[in-house]
Design a protein around this ligand. Structure first.
Ligand SMILES: [Ca+2]
Ligand SMILES: [Ca+2]
Ligand SMILES: [Ca+2]
Ligand SMILES: [Ca+2]
Length: 462
């Protein structure tokens, strides 16, 4: 039972991790030549060949035990420093005073809510964390507006990231990812916070049929954007308009396997919560209901690089995604949060093309402060191209059509589409500079307002 093994291992892995000197089996690649134990100069003459062999073997084994193990722990991470310019007041939403727009677009809903907002609350993203330049008007609610620029341009240390990787023998690996996020203090507090981004144990169950189990705070399985959710792996800077549903780390178990000679990739997870980013309406870390969330991605991987090596340098994945479980924050498991969609990804050497489409919903429950969601549709497609080994460009188009409410108090009508253009310079493996312009458009039935963003980022990896 690999899962039980994983759970059991986890209990002692974390303390061990912190104990850097803990002896663990070294990886075979890293193994240094053991210093051969010297044969004793004066072997007793009566020693038989068998005895002698046994003694040498014992000495070899002793040398193996006493040899200091090479450290299986590696540190890596990055500093992500940015500068952004909001056009407008930095907010992705405006208030719909008197329900003037709502009365036209959703006449049945006009007059139902105390506050109605138009636009996308996370549309004015300034960094890879997905933080908005400003959360905008917030009557009737106390929110953590982490950037809170109120329209000002400014520098921001997006995050200082530290990843600790520990090889636990040849078949297991523990990973710990931490972000330190300095933000403005309020009322004598410092405002800075530390975020445990990832804490997982990966156990490789089988090499022949490549299968891994993960346990802990793990990356989600749906879509493709989670693979490049961090600023040192993302080609551009900002996440897509649907990333909020797919890139939030989850607490639970995950498995991934490759079948049919790598043509089929199956990943599935059982977790406390949805894969929503914690800063968005639909997320919670520790569960408030017994219902667990199941998610899965089934992909067909066409090895274009092998079939047509003269044209392609990578494979094409076409996948279906599904996520369903008790809605987060609700105190029981009756209402279900669900997402279904598909994604695609071609990852070559200089060229990458990827995208995703999602639809879904959640009934919500005001008494438990669970927001309701009608995600009519959201999607994006992104093209990334390295023009030289140093300079690259990216272009992305995305949209989000959604209706989010909380009882009779708040409603968010989002009908947004966006075009993003970006530049990238990978100076060397420690230094990358990126710049991006986000042009946010409102659908025709919504009033247009200023919510474009210019942002840039200097990623210093170590
Ligand atoms: Ca604000
Ligand atoms: Ca948390
Ligand atoms: Ca749950
Ligand atoms: Ca606009």
């Amino acid at each position: 039972m690999p899962v039980r093994l994983g759970v059991g291992l986890l209990c002692w892995v974390w303390p061990t991790l912190l104990w850097a000197q803990a002896p663990t089996l070294p990886d075979e690649e890293e193994e240094e030549e053991p210093s051969a134990p010297s044969l004793p100069d004066q072997a007793p003459e009566y020693e038989s060949v068998d005895d002698r062999l046994a003694r040498v073997e014992a000495e070899l084994a002793q040398a193996e035990v006493t040899r200091p193990a090479p450290s299986p722990i590696t540190f890596s991470g990055y500093l992500d420093f940015g500068f952004f310019v909001p056009f407008g007041d930095g907010a992705g939403i405006v208030q719909d005073f008197g329900d003037r727009t709502l009365a036209r677009v959703r006449p049945d809903d006009a007059g139902r809510f105390a506050w109605v907002f138009l636009g996308d609350i996370l549309g004015t993203t300034v960094n890879s964390r997905g933080e908005a330049a400003d959360l905008g008007p917030e009557p009737g609610i106390d929110r953590f507006d982490s950037i809170n620029s109120r329209g000002a341009m400014g520098f921001v240390l997006n995050e200082a990231n530290l990843v600790l990787d520990a090889g636990l023998g040849t078949r297991a690996r523990a990973t710990l990812g931490v972000n330190v996020v300095p933000r403005t203090g309020v009322e004598f507090s410092l405002g800075d916070f530390i975020e445990l981004d990832l804490a997982q144990l990966e156990v490789i169950v089988s090499e022949e049929l490549p299968t891994s189990f993960f346990v802990g705070k793990v990356e989600p399985v749906i879509g493709v954007e989670y693979k490049r959710r961090k600023s040192n792996t993302r080609f551009g800077i900002t996440p897509s308009l649907l990333a909020r549903y797919t890139i939030g780390p989850q607490l639970g178990l995950k498995a991934r396997t490759k079948l049919l000679d790598g043509w089929v990739i199956l990943a599935a997870a059982v977790t406390n919560q949805s894969a929503t980013q914690e800063q968005f309406h639909f997320a919670e870390e520790l569960d408030s209901n017994d219902g667990k969330t199941g998610s899965a991605r089934l992909a067909l991987r066409i090895p274009l690089e092998q079939l047509f090596p003269e044209f392609f340098a990578g494979g094409l994945e076409l996948a279906g995604d599904v996520l369903v479980g008790a809605q987060d924050r609700a105190l029981d498991s009756e209402g279900l949060f669900h997402l279904v969609g598909f994604d695609f990804e071609y990852q070559g050497v200089d060229l990458a093309l990827r995208g995703q489409f999602l639809t879904g919903g959640s009934p919500g429950r005001a008494a438990d402060r669970a927001y309701s969601l009608d995600l009519v549709a959201a999607g994006y497609a992104e093209l990334e191209l390295m023009l030289t080994p140093i300079f690259g460009v990216m272009a992305r188009a995305d949209f989000r059509n959604a209706w989010v409410t909380l009882g009779d108090s708040r409603a968010y009508l989002t009908k947004t589409w966006r075009v993003t253009g970006g530049l990238r310079a990978s100076i060397n493996r420690h230094l990358t500079v990126k710049a991006e312009y986000l042009r946010n458009f409102e659908y025709r039935e919504l009033p247009a307002f200023d919510n474009d963003i210019f942002t840039s980022s200097l990623v210093m990896s170590y």
